[in-house]
Each structure stands twice: as structure tokens, then as C-alpha cells.
Design a protein around this ligand. Structure first.
Ligand SMILES: Nc1ncnc2c1ncn2[C@@H]1O[C@H](COP(=O)(O)OP(=O)(O)OP(=O)(O)O)[C@@H](O)[C@H]1O
Length: 271
């Protein structure tokens, strides 16, 4: 678990357009999502009526016990997987009605991903990995933004290295720069600090928090770690494939208390 205490700023978060997140429409929402694997006696309902709203310009953490549907939810919202029932909106777009090709384009143009296993291309340098989404979308790099990402994430002297020549923390920071390079509408991060020590975890979480607060970037992060979740603006708790509670302005103690509440079926995880 990470041990670095959270440092919170008191200034209200402001988006790149100067708009306070509360005045922006939600970045994404999911309503009544159902996703089952298998059939009959072996059926597993990974999602069983999940409904939630992802506010724009905020860092949202998704927590819940193992098997509660976190990864399934994130993959569905990102258009990586289909659902059996329910509606997913990304901005004004109804994701569940898009064709496979339209979903691919949406992912390229509007979504950034950070996977726990980094998913970097081994034969490409850090710089080439970071700019890969731009090449796939046939877009040119915004040099100032690229420079800001590289310098804030401390990657300036590692750009010509291949992933095999980078530490785990450096690889994860390359993966984060790659996820943000297109300035996507929303970034989904699956356990982004899962493979990092506490110092590298803190750097990464502080960056995601800053991206949301200062730049208006919407970030959704799956995590098991209450300290990681305390960097978020809100936590959504999943249990048995549905939302079991939400916690605004989380701290480590309030996250732990909410998680303890989740383990007792009669109580709800609320602030
Ligand atoms: N491809 C699949 N085939 C069959 N069952 C699956 C598949 N993917 C997920 N599941 C099941 O769906 C449920 C939800 O899985 P999911 O990976 O979304 O949970 P999670 O909350 O992300 O878990 P963890 O915290 O352990 O990563 C689990 O019971 C899992 O075994």
C-alpha cells in the first residue's frame, strides 16, 4: 500500500476553458449495465445493473472487492467490450449503439488508457510509444503539450530508451503520457499504481490529480488501494456488479470505513 499522505489544494478545480467542473455536463454515464459470462448454472453476472455518472474534469476512483466488476465496467465504458443490457454515454455519444468500427475510432480519438501491465510496444522508444496514439489518429503532436507531459512526468532523459531499458515506474509514466497525449475526453486507468512503489505511485497519482484539477482532464481509475483512492475527487464503490455507494472528497479513513461497510451486506457505503 502507498504510504505518502495526500496533499490537497483548497482552490476549486478549473477546466482548461476556465469552466468549473460542476458547470460542465458529465463526461460519461452508464445506466443499468448488465454483462453476463457463461450460461445457465455457470453464468456469472459481471455487471448486474450498474448505474453511475462520471463528472467531467474530475479524478474518479472505482473500488470494490475482487470480482465485483470493476474491470468489466471500465472496459464497457471505454468501448472495449459490449454489454448485454443498458446504456453507456460518452459525452453526447451512445456508445452501445456504435458499430465495432465506430467504437475503434471513438477509442482512438476520444479515450486514453493506462493498463496495469503498461502495454508499451517493446520495439519502440519511449518517445515513439508516447506519440503512437497521434500516429494512429493521423494527428500531429502539440509540441507544447508533449513537452509539458514529458517534463512533468520526468521523462526528458529517457525518451530514446526502449521499454526494456526503463524501470517499471518509468514505463508506467510513459504509459500515462501516451494516454494523455491526444488530450482525450476521458482517461481510463486500470490499477495504474499496482506495479509501482510508494514514491513512484505518489508521482503518478499527483500527476493524475493535477491533470484533473488544473487541466480539466477527466480520469477514471480502478484501484484497490485506499491511499490511491484518496487522491480522487470521488470514489464509486462496486459490489456484485452494481454501484454500492459513492464517496465524495475521500480520505484514507473514510475510504476504509466505506470498504468495511461494503463487507456487511446490510449497510451502504456512503459518506
Ligand atoms: N472473460 C470472462 N469470462 C468469464 N468470466 C469473466 C470474464 N471476465 C470477467 N469474468 C468474471 O466476471 C466477474 C467480474 O470480473 P472483473 O474482472 O470485472 O472484476 P474486478 O472487480 O475487476 O476484479 P479484480 O479486482 O479481481 O480485478 C468475475 O466473477 C470474473 O470472474
Amino acid at each position: 500500500m502507498l504510504s505518502t499522505p495526500t496533499v490537497r489544494t483548497t482552490a476549486p478545480p478549473v477546466g482548461p476553458s476556465g469552466a468549473h467542473p460542476a458547470t460542465r455536463p458529465p463526461a460519461a454515464s452508464a445506466t443499468g449495465l448488465v454483462k453476463a459470462y457463461g450460461r445457465g448454472a455457470t453464468e456469472v453476472r459481471a455487471l448486474d445493473g450498474a448505474t453511475l455518472v462520471i463528472p467531467a474534469g474530475r479524478l474518479t476512483a472505482v473500488m470494490g472487492p475482487s470480482g465485483s466488476g470493476k474491470s468489466t465496467l471500465m472496459h464497457a465504458m471505454a468501448g472495449l467490450d459490449s454489454v448485454d443490457e443498458g446504456s453507456i454515454r460518452l459525452g453526447e455519444t451512445e456508445v452501445s449503439q456504435l458499430s465495432e468500427r465506430q467504437r475503434t475510432l471513438m477509442r482512438r480519438q476520444r479515450i486514453g488508457f493506462v493498463f496495469q501491465s503498461f502495454n508499451l510496444v517493446p520495439s519502440l522508444t519511449a518517445q515513439e510509444n508516447i506519440t503512437l496514439p497521434l500516429r494512429l489518429a493521423r494527428r500531429t503532436a502539440d509540441a507544447a503539450w508533449l513537452e509539458e507531459l514529458v517534463s512533468t512526468l520526468g521523462l526528458g532523459d529517457r525518451l530514446t530508451h526502449r521499454p526494456g531499458e526503463l524501470s517499471g515506474g518509468q514505463q508506467q509514466r510513459v504509459a500515462v503520457a501516451r494516454a494523455l497525449v491526444t488530450r482525450p475526453d476521458i482517461v481510463f486507468a486500470d490499477e495504474p499504481t499496482g506495479n509501482l512503489d510508494s514514491r513512484h505511485g505518489h508521482v503518478l497519482l499527483a500527476f493524475l490529480q493535477k491533470a484533473a484539477r488544473d487541466l480539466g482532464q477527466t480520469v477514471v481509475m480502478v484501484t484497490h488501494d485506499p491511499t490511491a483512492a484518496s487522491y480522487a475527487d470521488q470514489v464509486v464503490f462496486l459490489a456484485d456488479g452494481r454501484v454500492a455507494g459513492e464517496l465524495p472528497d475521500p480520505t484514507v479513513p473514510t475510504v476504509l470505513a466505506a470498504m468495511a461497510g461494503l463487507e456487511q451486506p446490510a449497510t451502504r457505503a456512503e459518506s
